[in-house]
Design a protein around this ligand. Structure first.
Ligand code: SPV
Ligand code: MG
Length: 316
């Protein structure tokens, strides 16, 4: 991270990540707590995944949550972390008009950017979808233009995600689409693939030749050496579902242990100490605020400069 990281607004920080001299890493988070953990552990940016936000509600990644329900989660995430959050905006939750309303709210709420994919509405998760039809190039380009026109923060980033490879189409179609979305104003392109090797995305990156920042989601080709990406001109790698998968695994281990022995076993399934829960929700700030506001003397409250007292740390 660069030294002026904390003074820039989130969109500008995401732009920095997308123009760094090595690929940046965005890690998935699905709620405020996971966003805080990602920040506390020193990661540089967040992917707010539609798959994992839906899953934490027990729902499918098929627009079963409405866009306002997703927005509620995103607002909590945005308040909880100073990291730039790239929102997974699916295919826009409707037509260009829904895109505009969504982008207006996201950019006002301080989210760093949004990624829209050229599927039709309702979308299906790209790693399991079977149907090959994509949105038409003009209709999706219109959504990208609408998003750019609606953003309330000039640094807000709009990423266009090309699903041509997912739909079984080739490099030519992927390039045609990326070109169109770039011309419509997309700040960056995400090229998605579900192959178990990186051949498709590397071929695309060669052809794209750094026309704009390029992002990838290597879920199915996670074992590709990272060095290949920087050399190919890829700017960001999104680990799109991994905090939720780690949490599911840990929770299952705990459940099985309690089922077998009747009590949690730290040795069998290590857990964060309870103090971590209080620390991650910044309980100490509340104690400090209590001291400041509940014991305030009537004399101090009347002082004209009481408003200029040192601000409290960020609260949850
Ligand atoms: C997500 O994390 O929701 C994504 C990536 O969009 S994928 O699941 O590969 O479609
Ligand atoms: Mg998604």
């Amino acid at each position: 991270m660069t030294s002026n990281h904390s003074t820039l607004k989130s969109g500008a920080r995401l732009r920095q990540l997308l123009s760094a001299d090595r690929p940046s890493v965005l890690l998935e988070a699905h709620d405020a707590l996971s966003a805080r953990i990602v920040e506390a552990e020193g990661l540089e940016g967040i992917w707010a995944s539609s798959l994992t936000i839906a899953a934490t509600h027990g729902l499918r990644d098929a627009n079963e949550l409405t866009w306002t329900q997703v927005l509620d989660v995103l607002e909590h995430m945005g308040e909880a972390t100073a990291l730039p959050i790239l929102v997974d905006g699916d295919s826009g939750h409707g037509d260009f008009n829904t895109v505009r309303r969504f982008v207006r709210k996201l950019s006002r709420a301080g989210l760093a950017g949004v990624c829209f994919e050229d599927q039709r509405f309702p979308k299906e998760n790209s790693l399991i979808r079977t149907e090959g039809t994509l949105a038409s190039i003009p209709s999706f380009s219109g959504k990208i233009r609408a998003a750019k026109d609606a953003q309330q923060d000039e640094d807000f980033v709009v990423v266009a995600r090309v699903e041509a490879f997912i739909a079984g189409l080739g490099l030519d179609e992927a390039m045609l689409r990326a070109e169109a979305y770039h011309s419509a104003g997309a700040d960056a392109i995400l090229i998605h693939s579900r192959r178990t090797d990186a051949d498709e995305v590397l071929a695309f990156a060669r052809e794209w030749a750094c026309r704009s920042p390029l992002l990838i989601v290597p879920t199915t080709y996670a074992s590709t050496p990272q060095a290949a990406y920087g050399a190919a001109g890829i700017n960001a790698i999104i680990w799109a579902n991994h905090t939720l998968r780690a949490a599911i695994h840990a929770m299952r281990g705990l459940c099985r242990g309690i089922k077998l022995s009747g009590a949690p076993s730290e040795a069998e399934s290590p857990m964060a100490p309870l103090d971590d829960v209080f620390a991650l929700t910044i309980h100490e700030e509340l104690a400090e605020a209590r001291r400041r506001y509940e014991t305030i003397s009537s004399t101090y409250a009347r002082l004209p400069d009481s408003r200029s007292a040192r601000p409290l740390a960020r609260w949850p």
